[in-house]
Design a protein around this ligand. Structure first.
Ligand code: 5GP
Length: 172
C-alpha cells in the first residue's frame, strides 16, 4: 500500500509516522529530496537527501520525481525509483508530503490511500510551530499562512485525522 500522509507543517505528521514505524517494521519511509538547509540533528539520507537547487533541477529534468513542489521557499520532492522498488518488493510505503505533492500522487496513483492529518485548530498549530523552536518568526508566519490554504484541501483525502493526541492518531 502507498500511504500519503499530508497536512499542515506542525500537524504532527512525523511524530505519528514514527510511532507507526515503532510498531510496523514492514513499512518503508520515502526519504525526500529537499533544497532547504538541514535542521539540527537532521542527517543526510535519513531525514532528507539535502541537495542544491541545481541538483534538484537536474532531477526534475531527468524525470526522477514521483512528485515535487515548492513549499515556503524551498523545493521538496519524492524520488520515484525507491517508492517503485519498495512497492514491487511488497512493502508498504509512507510519503510525508505537503498538499500540492499529495495531489500529484493521488492523480498518478489513484490506488494510494491518503490521510490528511491536522491539528485541532490554527491556534494549536501556531503553538506547536513555536514550541518546536526550529524556525524563524518569518518562517513560522509563512507556514501558518500556507496552513490556511492547506486546510481547504482536506476534503480531497480518503481520511481526515484530527491530531489531538499522537498515540491515538497512530492507532487510527
Ligand atoms: P519540513 O521543512 O518541515 O521538513 O517540511 C515542510 C513540508 O514539506 C512538510 O509539510 C512536509 O510534509 C513536506 N514535504 C517533505 N517532503 C516532501 C516531498 O518529497 N514532497 C512534497 N511535496 N512535500 C514534502
Amino acid at each position: 500500500m502507498l500511504l500519503i500522509v499530508s497536512g499542515p507543517s506542525g500537524a504532527g505528521k512525523s511524530t505519528v509516522i514514527h510511532k507507526l514505524f515503532d510498531k510496523r517494521g514492514d513499512i518503508r519511509f520515502s526519504v525526500s529530496v529537499t533544497t532547504r538547509a538541514p535542521r539540527e540533528g537532521e542527517q543526510d539520507g535519513v531525514h532528507y537527501h539535502f541537495r542544491s537547487p541545481e541538483q534538484f533541477q537536474k532531477m526534475i529534468e531527468e524525470d526522477a520525481f514521483l512528485e515535487y513542489a515548492v513549499y515556503t521557499g524551498a523545493s521538496y520532492g519524492t524520488p520515484a525509483e525507491p517508492v517503485k522498488r519498495d512497492l514491487e518488493a511488497g512493502s508498504s510505503v509512507i510519503l510525508d508530503i505537503e498538499v500540492q505533492g499529495a495531489a500529484q500522487v493521488m492523480a498518478k496513483m489513484p490506488e494510494a490511500v491518503s490521510v490528511f492529518l491536522c491539528p485541532p485548530s490554527v491556534e494549536e498549530l501556531e503553538r506547536r510551530l513555536r514550541g518546536r523552536g526550529t524556525d524563524t518568526e518569518e518562517k513560522i508566519k509563512k507556514r501558518l499562512e500556507t496552513a490556511r490554504v492547506e486546510y481547504s484541501q482536506a476534503d480531497q483525502y480518503d481520511y481526515i485525522i484530527i491530531n489531538e493526541n499522537a498515540d491515538r492518531s497512530e492507532e487510527r
